[in-house]
Design a protein around this ligand. Structure first.
Ligand SMILES: [Zn+2]
Length: 343
């Protein structure tokens, strides 16, 4: 008995027990990680079976044979097709890539890329499912969250878009962008119900929303459009919105609005005794006096990525930035000589 007690009191016994506990914890953690990764891998593979009806086309099969499942080459090809706008081929290539023997991180990365292509191609439900699967495995993935928010926005699920925005806020997205996106979702959701006072308050705190609100009001509530326009002191940055307003509306609202007066002069509705403040409008006004009919051509450039578009956009298709339009305009020959808007 004394021998046994002596053995337990031996400091070497304590050290051996400690080493055994550490070894046990290390082994348990190792096997648990293997099990968790296997479970995640199985979950993603099971998820991909939902998209089994998407066949790999001959080009993808041929590419796979030629490149021998060379992942970087296939990825490059899929990205190139996506950039060229050939989304169908890009999707099929990503499905082909996902059928290769990939590690966990690479499988998730390609799954996210497939979700992105689905989003660009307009398959919003599929994009949503894929992005939710990616986020189930990588909840702190800002790119997937951002794309999910835009997917919800396109699906007009503004509450869900706000939830995704909340997650981006926790990940440290700029407070100014969070505020603007939140106000934008609110306005998109309740534009037809919002009262005048609340709308004015919202626009006061989010000046970037003015062009969006005025564009909508021009169609739905012209009297409120003029009220807000006269209060907000907007100028050339919304010239495209003002340019196609009917003649009688422009003439009725030009008093104490130098920009509207300039537009009326540029369109030949009135003769001004002063020069127009905007060079292009003055040029058009002078052309009118000479009997030459001109018009304006608008170009919409994104302040963030500098991509340009022929139409006004709310969210840039290139970089996803919200209300980042920078308007430029050039004088061109009028297509119809009366220079009247074709409404
Ligand atoms: Zn952009």
């Amino acid at each position: 008995m004394d021998n046994i007690l002596h053995f337990f009191r031996d400091p070497l016994f304590g050290v051996a027990i400690l080493i055994a506990i550490i070894a046990f914890i290390a082994l348990a953690t190792y096997f648990w990680n293997i099990h968790a990764k296997k479970r995640q891998q199985d979950s993603i593979e099971h998820f991909m079976k939902l998209f089994d009806n998407m066949s790999i086309d001959e080009v993808a099969q041929e590419t796979l044979l030629k490149l021998g499942e060379s992942l970087p080459a296939l990825q490059f090809l899929a990205e190139t097709y996506s950039r060229m706008g050939n989304y169908e081929r890009s999707m099929k290539l990503y499905v082909a890539i996902l059928e290769c023997d990939l590690d966990y991180a690479s499988r998730l990365k390609n799954l996210q890329s497939l979700g992105e292509v689905y989003f660009c191609a307009g398959f919003l439900e599929r994009a949503k499912k894929i992005l939710l699967e990616v986020l189930k495995n990588q909840p702190r993935n800002p790119q997937a969250l951002c794309l999910l928010m835009r997917t919800y926005e396109s699906l007009e699920l503004y509450d869900e878009a706000c939830d995704a925005l909340g997650c981006l806020e926790e990940l440290g997205l700029e407070a100014k962008k969070i505020q603007l996106n939140r106000a934008y979702f609110f306005l998109k959701k309740s534009f037809m119900q919002i009262d005048e006072q609340s709308l004015l308050q919202l626009l006061q705190h989010n000046a970037a929303l003015l062009s969006y609100a005025l564009d909508k009001l021009k169609i739905h509530n012209l009297s409120l459009f003029w009220k807000i326009f006269k209060q907000c002191n907007q100028g050339e940055e919304i010239l495209d919105i003002l340019w196609n307003i009917k003649k009688d509306e422009l003439l009725k609202n030009m008093y104490e609005c130098p920009l509207i007066e300039d537009i009326c002069a540029a369109k030949g509705y009135i003769k001004l005794s002063r020069n127009c403040t905007v060079f292009e409008l003055e040029a058009l006004s002078c052309l009118q006096k000479a009997g030459i009919f001109g018009d304006l051509e608008f170009i919409y450039c994104c302040k963030e990525c500098k991509e340009s578009y022929p139409l006004r956009f709310e969210r840039c298709l290139g970089c996803g930035e919200l209300l980042s339009v920078e308007l430029t305009f050039i004088v061109r020959k009028a297509k119809n000589e009366t220079c009247q808007p074709l409404l």
